[in-house]
Design a binder for this molecule. Structure first.
Ligand SMILES: *Cc1c(COP(=O)(O)O)cnc(C)c1O
Length: 388
């Protein structure tokens, strides 16, 4: 037991730090991503929190793309600043020079989403990684929508990957969870002053130094032994068991989600009631070229669109959907829909919505595993009902 507590032996002695079921599933996600180590967290929020505070603290600064998931936007933009971690949000299209000029001496990492939620924009991982690495910074990528089946961010230079496993990896809406995966590629030791938590002795473990003792796995071992020990956000073993079931079919599901979503997007594009459609798999989409590079086998099941009829029409349409359910959840085997202006962001005016980067008419549509003809038929009848 003493050797376990000194991190001299590895083994299981308390589930808050490590559990064999959780580790087995974490290892599968780690293998899919091509990393050196991974941990499962209680939620996607916990994974992104850990990804940042494993290497950033009071007085530090981070950079993130401004099109990221709303929950992460709040975590990084409101809650972490209260803990003393400053942030600069940049457009995902920011030029190399704009990214460069946002980097400060106290900047610790750069953050983006492979396919953003809800705008479904594809992040130029390789370009951002190059600027980050020139400045001695790791790139953290939230790979939730793409999943490692469609994109492996480490192959494009990302250093750390996070997931909300609640979405496609589980896929059936049965377990909230997250994952944090370490590529093992970032040379922490080359920047000892920037990452002292990894490169100098840890007093809470008898002065061991993570990079010395654990080499390529320094980051993920610190996240486990330090953050998991102290903050306690491990995924429950029962949720990891459910996640394991989801993983068995992820490669089949995500392919079907992507094929059906492209079919639905093509139908929406031709529909006279639809003002605009965004799905990176469409040739007309501004992110199509990036999609061909990063997610050539499919762009997941999530798309978004706007209707021409205005907000009352939007609400009549949403209420008339029958197969599709209105849900906060997304990226699930069942088709579901969300209108941020009427649901998650209903306290904001149209002006405030635009300032937050959300078009007031944006409808996020998550294409499930039902027959695509049935999904299209549901859209068709709901539009007809909204017009009646
Ligand atoms: C849902 C989501 C999260 C947060 O995950 P939870 O499991 O709900 O905590 C983070 N990032 C993305 C891209 C998401 O879609």
């Amino acid at each position: 037991m003493g050797r376990l507590f000194d991190l001299e032996d590895s083994g299981y002695f308390y589930t808050r730090l490590a559990n064999p079921t959780v580790d087995a599933v974490a290892a599968q996600i780690c293998n899919l991503e091509g990393g050196v180590g991974a941990i499962l967290t209680a939620s996607g929020q916990a994974a992104n929190l850990f990804a940042v505070i494993n290497i950033a603290g009071v007085g530090d600064h981070i950079i993130a793309a401004n099109n990221i998931y709303g929950g992460t936007f709040n975590l990084l933009g409101v809650t972490l600043p209260k803990l003393g971690i400053g942030i600069t949000f940049l457009k995902a299209e920011a030029s190399d020079e704009e990214i460069q000029s946002a980097i400060q001496p106290n900047t610790k990492l750069v953050f983006g989403e492979t396919i953003s939620n809800p705008g479904v924009e594809v992040f130029d991982i390789e370009r951002w990684a190059a600027v980050a690495h020139r400045n001695g910074l790791p790139l953290v990528i939230d790979n939730t929508f793409a999943t490692p089946v469609l994109c492996r961010p480490f192959e494009w230079g990302a250093d750390i990957v996070t997931h909300s496993t609640t979405k496609y990896i589980d896929g059936h809406g049965v377990s909230v969870g997250g994952a944090l995966v370490d590529s093992g590629n970032f040379p922490w030791d080359a920047y000892p002053e920037r990452f002292p938590g990894l490169t100098t002795p840890d007093a809470s473990y008898h002065g061991l130094t993570y990079t010395k003792q654990f080499g390529k796995a320094a980051y993920i071992v610190k996240a486990t032994t330090h953050l998991m020990r102290d903050l306690g956000s491990i995924q429950s073993p029962q949720n990891a068991f459910y996640l394991h079931l989801g993983l068995q079919t992820l490669h089949l599901r995500i392919k079907r989600h992507s094929e059906s979503a492209l079919q639905v997007a093509r139908w929406l594009e031709k529909c006279p009631d639809v003002a605009w459609v965004r799905y990176p798999g469409l040739e007309s989409d501004p992110h199509h070229a990036l999609a061909q590079k990063y997610v050539p086998d499919g762009c997941s099941g999530v798309l978004c669109f706007g209707l021409k009829g205005g907000r009352t029409f939007d609400n009549r349409f949403l209420d008339a959907l029958r197969l599709t359910t209105i849900e906060t959840h997304v990226a699930d085997c069942h088709t579901c829909v969300l209108h941020p202006a009427s649901h998650t962001h209903r306290q904001l005016s149209d002006e405030q919505l635009r300032a937050a980067g959300i078009a007031p008419d944006l409808i996020r549509f998550s294409v499930g595993l039902e027959a695509p003809e049935d999904i299209i038929a549901d859209l068709e009848q709901a539009l007809a009902a909204a017009k009646a």
